[in-house]
Design a protein. Structure first.
Length: 241
């Protein structure tokens, strides 16, 4: 598969956000998710979080497809988020638009963390990624997950670890490790090691999120950079009713 020049794109993004962060006094909102992995944080009760994830992928036949994955999440209870995903393939271009069935997301915030104990959440995420065939994604959904997160090693560096299990027909357990930090309060670099335990299917993802305002953010990501290096552009918005 042809490599894409993502490292150069990320370098340009880092330079831009570095200089913009110096002159910005805005603060980032809560980090409720990263690139492909969850964090323990949730959208507060009465709030909502919507994101638009623009992606491109190369099918097994060699053709390149684009798509838009929309996620909408609500703080329905004080310690519970409920959401839905809607994935649309070929939304840009001349090919027929393919609308996938909606996918469910649920997260329960169990513990907010303390000096020596991490924050903890559990949940269920039914959204996968990559090529779609026979009702399943090439890169499978998280399924049931538990995630813990705490500041570690250096001030401001959040380290999240988690375990997830998916596929009711043949239950499989995987793990993930994610790192992120708030730089100048409005820039969040992210690093993920996902699908741990999946052998050669382990994925390394990197990205950077920039908060234009405390509610509105844009993001560029590189997924599976050791292999395919899929490029992602995402717009997120958080607010309340």
């Amino acid at each position: 598969m042809k490599k894409k020049p993502f490292p150069l794109m990320l370098l340009v993004g880092l330079v831009i956000t570095y200089f913009s962060g110096i002159y910005s006094v805005l603060s980032a909102g809560e980090v409720v998710d990263l690139i492909d992995t969850p964090t323990p944080q949730i959208t507060e009760q009465g709030g909502y979080n919507v994101n638009f994830r623009f992606y491109s992928l190369e099918s097994r036949g060699g053709s390149s497809n684009s798509g838009l994955l929309v996620g909408l999440f609500f703080g329905v209870l004080e310690h519970m988020n409920l959401g839905v995903y809607l994935d649309t393939e070929n939304i840009i271009g001349n090919d027929n638009v393919k609308l996938r069935r909606p996918r469910l997301f649920v997260k329960l915030y169990l513990f907010g963390g303390a000096e020596y104990f991490p924050a903890i959440s559990v949940g269920y995420d039914d959204q996968g990624y990559g090529e779609y065939s026979d009702g399943k994604y090439e890169q499978r959904e998280k399924g049931f997950f538990i995630v813990v997160c705490k500041e570690n090693f250096i001030p401001g560096l959040e380290v999240c670890t988690g375990v997830n299990g998916y596929d009711f027909d043949r239950f499989r357990v995987r793990g993930f490790i994610s790192l992120f930090s708030k730089v100048y309060e409005n820039v969040i670099p992210m690093l993920e090691f996902d699908n741990l335990g999946g052998g050669k299917q382990v994925r390394i993802n990197i990205g950077i999120r920039y908060f234009i305002t405390p509610n509105l953010n844009v993001e560029i990501d590189g997924r599976d950079i050791a292999h395919e290096s899929d490029r992602i552009f995402r717009i997120g918005y958080m607010s309340g009713f």
